[in-house]
Ligand binder design. Sequence first.
Ligand SMILES: O=C1C[C@@](O)(C(=O)O)C[C@@H](O)[C@@H]1O
Length: 254
Amino acid sequence: MTQTYKVGNVSIGEGMPKICAPLTGTNVDEILEECKMIRASAVDLVEWRVDFFDDALLTDRVLATLPKIKEVLEDLPLIFSFRTAEEGGEKKITDKQYVSLNKAVAVSGHVHIIDIELFRGKNVVEELVTAAKESQIYTIISNHDFNRTPEMEELIRRVTSAIELGGDFPKLAVMPQREEDLLTVLKASLQMKRTYPEQAIIMIAMGSLGMISRLSGEIFGSAITFASVRNASAPGQISVTDMKSILQLIHDAK
Ligand SMILES: O=C1C[C@@](O)(C(=O)O)C[C@@H](O)[C@@H]1O
């Protein structure tokens, strides 16, 4: 039985996968406009993809923007993600900046979850997991490959490392090149769900070929799915409205 993580008012790890919409605005006005649209939609969580923000490398500007976002989103749980250029994000950032930005955000009290990239290395990940725990917020430990899908054993190895490093939600997003890659992701997801039944895991195959993986989380064991309200933050995301009705259909059929 998957452990349920209570993030704000949302229970992650039970029932239908929870829908998360990304904020991809480049300035405060755009971001707040997106927040309003998201607030009026059927999302469960919001991800601030801060790497889209022009001032992402200025911690003061990021910290000043967070309360404005919270004001519009009200009680919707917020994930903070700086997706680095190495993993398909918009900007480069040094390890030092990455750690200090995420730490400042963790202690700010304005976010519920921070996303830490597995490949930033053990030291960075451990330092940020500790900081998050001290601030009583959750962590996603993530890994992305926008070009290909690694072998099944490698997918399992990455998710297992994320669990061993103390992440609350291990997350993998990879790009299938052929139909078999999609099956590999679903199979890895199911295997992880069976091996770690108490763990809420997020497994995504991106692009049009991977779309099924975004819909089938309740079957194969993926606790959060990403869908868009205005702009997609990754290939293959569908609209929140379509996502909600498909997840409901699958849920009702169970
Ligand atoms: O890691 C993920 C998943 C994602 O890459 C996707 O494929 O939906 C979208 C990103 O915004 C998010 O940080």
